[in-house]
Design a protein. Structure first.
Length: 744
């Protein structure tokens, strides 16, 4: 019997309109791209730098395989991360071939996993018509399991437990393979048992979740070698896009499928691996040659997007990473402007000069659609949004709602609206059970009906009912306490500064505490936004003025087809490009982000540097980096040091611009003594006049024991100018200003 996966004869070249298309699809490829397309035998790693045409190269390679008769469409597996990318790949290959092609296996990891799983569902205890549960259904199921085991759902929210289980699945771990150490800190030590119970419930329901689509495939391939053998023989060629973003389960899945023919081509950029928090493992791409001995590595280094100066600055920065395979981007474009590094006194000035420059660029005919401000943290957008609104510059926030449209901000503003206007029923209904107070729709039905009958507000109706027995005792007591809180907060308006009042409301209502206790991944960001809201309130004369401002902001929606500048986070910017890119907030603790470093150490620092590299390489013609000597973070002014990434930029590619007396140049920045107090609390006049701080390290040498107010005790390991590198006992190695430490 013939092998159904063997080609009896090499098929003729794919043709369009009855005539062979020849090899016109190879036209206009550069040498590296052509080499990657034609290297069709054996494992291939295509290291494709930013803007080097990797999508075109990948799709051309796929078309070339078909044109050369190396495989039929169903014998090529091409995997991507998004449905959009898969759709574009199919369209581009069909365009190159000038004809539609049937039988594709081009899709996302999970879609292909589901396709394989439905064909062999019985191998993992499911039926072919299994349901793929969405996140809400998954959380509901976990909630039931937590309740069944008597685990406190407030201490261990269902979505937190679910996130842990999904992280295990991303690592390719079934419940029996999760170590005791990994499970010990989850759900009172019952994480592994909950995982196993959750999987059993899914089996009974004939259901799978997103993580199962690959994990079950791994289980199937291990339990049924003949099934694995079938797909290994079928897929003569495997192509993988964005390989640097793969997790461990995806990595294991690909390795198994590639063992027969070993014609696997992985395309990616180790310098753009920025999603470890999603489970991405940069090590997958770094060890490709070890996983596939004899692999060919082709570097796509010619950039078609950015000017040589931008590329040189980005390459000089990323060269400081040790965990990389290495490549150097270059371009034939005009040299272009140097990367500008702008130092300002504070974050308000930063927002002002950035938006003013955007307005100036617009006046010169620059398209707003080609201008972007890329921030490290979401809370940074607020000051830019305020300035954009003041100057009536249309903008869009990509990757999330505008600042005042975010859930936590709308909730907090609703509390303030009820304080200022007690008859605001919409605001009251929004937060009456936020955080949870046990006041469901049934409880509110009675006061709502009374309000409608008597033509009064919901709060007025509730007050009348509190004097009766119409409400159940528990609900009556809860509502009485809430209305009492609003009365007290309202009474504080005359005696308490309005920013302090907002903080009081958020704390006493339990709303801020709700997010502090939440273990969801977005909780820290929501708390940051609430703190930024307090800072925003401080800019107005009172709550009434602030709420009027909010009303005007919310009405500032522009038509969808209007040109707008883009405001977004660096993580959301990957894959995009703009003529002009502003990169504000390059300061220690913000970028690189302190929380990332505390959680991930040296590896996190390298990922933060990759994020900076991604930001720079979004720019085609113009990149402007900004940093401030002091920044208002969540309503409190903090002194800031320039990011170490600024020191790592090649000086010959940079134009330094700083306020007089604030910073000194020469490629190494130090904060002027004028912005600090010396240890005795008095200003040093000579340092003020010179703007230098070279004397601050006098007497401090390597090995000295010091104390820092934030990081505690440590030992100096290096001193350059007034910047110290200190190995702290608990906080690890940090760079700090000499004026912030004292010898012990």
């Amino acid at each position: 019997m013939s092998d159904p996966f063997e080609l009896a004869d090499a098929p003729p070249p794919v043709s369009g309109g009855g005539a062979p298309i020849g090899e016109s699809h190879l036209e206009n490829l550069n040498d590296s791209q052509l080499a990657a397309v034609e290297a069709m035998e054996g494992p291939l790693l295509m290291l494709a730098g930013a803007g080097t045409g990797k999508t075109r190269t990948l799709t051309t390679r796929l078309a070339h395989i078909l044109v050369r008769g190396k495989a039929r469409p169903w014998q090529v597996l091409a995997v991507t991360f998004t449905n959009k990318a898969a759709r574009e790949m199919r369209q581009k290959v069909a365009a190159l071939l000038r004809q539609p092609v049937e039988g594709w296996w081009i899709s996302t990891f999970h879609a292909i996993g589901a396709r394989i799983l439905r064909a062999h569902a019985e191998g993992v205890g499911l039926k072919a018509n299994f349901t793929i549960l969405d996140e809400d259904d998954q959380a509901r199921l976990i909630k039931q399991l937590l309740a069944g085991r008597g685990i406190d759902g407030k201490r261990w929210p269902a979505r937190v437990v679910l996130a842990v289980i999904q992280r295990w699945k991303d690592k390719g771990l079934t419940a029996d393979k999760v170590s005791e150490a990994e499970a010990a800190d989850v759900a009172d030590g019952l994480g592994r048992e909950l995982y196993a119970e959750y999987q059993e419930r899914l089996r009974v329901l004939n259901a799978a979740d997103f993580g199962d689509l690959l994990l079950h495939c791994l289980t199937l391939f291990q339990a049924r070698p003949e099934v694995l053998r079938t797909y290994q023989r079928q897929f003569r060629y495997i192509l993988v896009d964005e390989y640097q973003d793969t997790n461990i389960a995806q990595y294991l899945w690909l390795r198994l499928l590639a063992q027969e023919h070993r014609n696997i081509c992985c395309v990616g950029d180790d310098d753009q691996s920025i999603y470890s928090w999603r489970g991405a493992e940069v090590g997958n791409i770094l060890r490709f040659e070890a996983d596939f001995p004899g692999a060919t590595v082709i570097r796509l280094e010619r950039n078609y997007r950015s000017t040589p100066r931008i590329l040189a600055a980005a390459s000089g920065l990323i060269a400081h990473n040790k965990g990389r395979l290495g490549k150097t981007l270059w371009s034939n474009l005009d040299e272009g402007e140097k990367v500008r590094v702008v130092g300002v006194w504070d974050s308000q000035e930063e927002a002002r000069i950035v938006i003013d420059e955007i307005e100036a660029l617009q006046g010169k005919g620059e398209a707003l659609n080609e201008i972007a401000v890329l921030v490290r943290a979401g809370f940074q957008t607020r000051e830019f949004e305020e300035r954009l609104i003041a100057l009536a510059i249309p903008y869009r926030v990509i990757g999330g709602p505008r600042f005042y449209e975010r859930q936590e901000i709308r909730d907090a503003v609703a509390y303030l609206r009820v304080i200022v206007q007690p008859d605001d029923d919409l605001a009251f209904e929004r937060i009456v059970n936020q955080p949870k107070r046990g006041l469901g729709p049934a409880t509110l039905r009675t006061p709502r009906e009374l309000a409608r009958r008597q033509g009064i507000s919901l709060i007025a109706a509730t007050r009348r009912l509190l004097a009766t027995d119409e409400l159940k005792p528990r609900a009556r007591n809860t509502l009485a306490g809430l209305l009492g809180d609003f009365d007290r907060w309202r009474g504080l308006q005359g005696s308490l500064a309005h920013p302090a009042l907002v903080e009081t409301v958020l704390d006493e209502s339990g709303y801020a505490g709700m997010w502090r206790q939440s273990q969801t991944p977005d909780a820290p960001g929501r708390l940051e936004n609430l703190k930024e809201l307090v800072a925003a309130v401080a800019e107005f004369g009172g709550l009434g003025d602030f709420l009027e401002h909010i009303g005007l902001v919310m009405e500032n929606e522009e038509s969808p087809d209007q040109e707008k500048m883009t405001l977004m986070t660096l993580h959301g910017a990957k894959g995009l490009e703009f003529d002009t890119v502003f990169l504000p907030g390059w300061e220690e603790g913000l970028f690189p982000h302190q929380r990332a470093l505390e959680q991930g150490g040296a590896e996190a620092l390298e990922e933060e540097r990759r994020l900076a590299y991604v930001g720079l390489t979004r720019a085609r013609s113009r990149a402007i980096i900004c940093f401030a000597a002091s920044r208002r973070v969540h309503g409190k002014w903090q002194s800031a040091m320039p990011s170490q990434f600024i020191d790592e930029l090649p000086a010959e590619q940079i134009d330094f611009v700083a306020r007089p007396g604030l910073y000194r140049g020469g490629g190494k920045f130090t904060v002027s003594a004028r912005r600090r107090r010396v240890q005795a609390g008095q200003r040093d006049a000579s340092r003020q006049s010179s703007g230098l701080a070279s004397g601050l390290t006098s007497g401090l040498t390597s090995g000295q024991r010091v104390f820092h107010q934030k990081f505690g005790y440590g030992r100096v390991i290096a001193a350059v100018g007034d910047k110290l590198e200190i190995a702290f006992d608990k906080a690890g190695i940090k760079k700090v200003m000499a004026s912030y430490v004292k010898v012990v």
